[in-house]
Design a protein around this ligand. Structure first.
Ligand code: 5GP
Ligand code: MN
Length: 335
């Protein structure tokens, strides 16, 4: 039997199920979790979704987003839910360090665990693993998983909106990480009534004045270019976090601005946080920023979008990043 057949066998009778996704959930983490939840509920299963930390408010419109349990806030209740689950899905992550303490608790659970994920190099943390790094998003994989059931008619606009959300957030509105199937799924979702223009507007045209001013500050005062390596860096200090009252989600999208520059192929967004320095790396084409993240910043991710963190001074992380660039990039002479 294939993994999918095994999983379907497990889901033949109504089960008590927990769906878990990663810390700092993005549109794909929340969208895939809610889509799977809504679909499996239609098939009679009892489902809870647990996220390690809160999701950005902009995704609050997704159906049943407000029923999601947050481990940081409702730890005891999450423990009860996990204790009573027969099956636990891991969506949009493939290593326990992406869910922190929640992973320690789940590791002790006797539930059958199923991973559905599109990141590179899955760790052996689940009984059943569906890993597809070439998929645009976990949402695209969830669509395929649900469509492998006979009951295609269970797909509806609400489930479709959750899936479409993960697809547009993980591909920057179909600008990267796409494949032929991505567009087929998008078309099928439009057919079930997903309002793609409306979703784009709700998700991408919702910056606050503070966020747009922060973007201006980053571009005017915090951007450094290294043209000989086609690389750009934006950094933020602890003081910036205070001055701009930066909260969860406020820095979304800043790293991508660097890649809009002609000739820039690698972008780094480096933030000084209370105890740690976080990095977000992005690249174009064949440059594997996940290798830079894994080799030098305790991180990982995808070829063109990766991240990591280190306990060190902001200045030291910026210079470490600059120092390692020659290992991964050819020097170009500017004409
Ligand atoms: P972001 O820069 O948006 O936070 O993350 C982009 C991608 O990098 C994520 O989808 C995730 O795959 C990966 N990533 C970000 N931070 C970390 C980290 O600390 N560890 C690992 N392994 N991957 C990360
Ligand atoms: Mn994803």
């Amino acid at each position: 039997m294939t993994e999918i057949q095994h999983i379907k066998e497990l889901l033949k009778i109504p089960q008590t199920i927990t769906i878990v996704s990663h810390r700092n959930p993005d549109g794909d983490a929340l969208g895939s979790s809610l889509a799977l939840r809504l679909y499996l509920e239609k098939k009679g299963h009892l489902i809870n979704v647990i996220l390690p930390s809160e999701y950005p408010k902009i995704f609050g419109f997704l159906h049943k987003a407000n029923e999601t349990l947050i481990y940081d806030i409702d730890t005891d209740r999450c423990h009860n839910v996990i204790d009573s689950s027969k099956i636990i899905f891991f969506l949009d992550f493939n290593a326990f360090d992406r869910i922190d303490k929640l992973g320690d608790y789940i590791a002790k659970s006797e539930a059958t665990t199923i991973m559905i994920d599109h990141h590179l190099y899955p760790e052996p943390i689940a009984d059943y693993v569906i890993s597809k790094p070439e998929a645009s998003s976990t949402c695209e994989m969830i669509y395929d998983f649900l469509m492998s059931y006979d009951e295609v008619k269970l797909m509806d606009k609400q489930i479709g909106e959750c899936i479409f959300t993960g697809m547009i957030t993980d591909t920057g509105c179909f600008k990267y990480a796409t494949n032929q199937n991505t567009y087929r799924v998008a078309a099928a979702l439009k057919e079930v009534g997903v309002d793609d223009y409306g979703l784009n507007d709700k998700i991408f045209n919702t910056l606050t004045e503070k966020q747009l001013r922060l973007m201006g500050h980053c571009l005017a005062n915090r951007m450094e270019l290294i043209p000989e390596y086609g690389t750009g860096i934006i950094y933020l200090t602890k003081q910036d976090y205070e001055d701009f009252d930066i909260g969860r989600g406020d820095t979304e999208g800043i790293v991508n601005q660097i890649l809009t520059l002609e000739g820039i192929k690698v972008a780094a967004f480096i933030r000084e946080q209370p105890t740690i320095v976080k990095l977000s790396l992005r690249s174009k084409g064949d440059i594997s920023v996940n290798e830079i993240a894994a080799n030098h910043f305790n991180g990982g991710g995808h070829k063109n979008a990766a991240g990591g963190a280190a306990y060190a001074k902001l200045e030291d992380i910026i210079s470490r990043f600059k120092q390692v660039l020659p290992k991964y990039l050819e020097k170009t002479t500017q004409t």
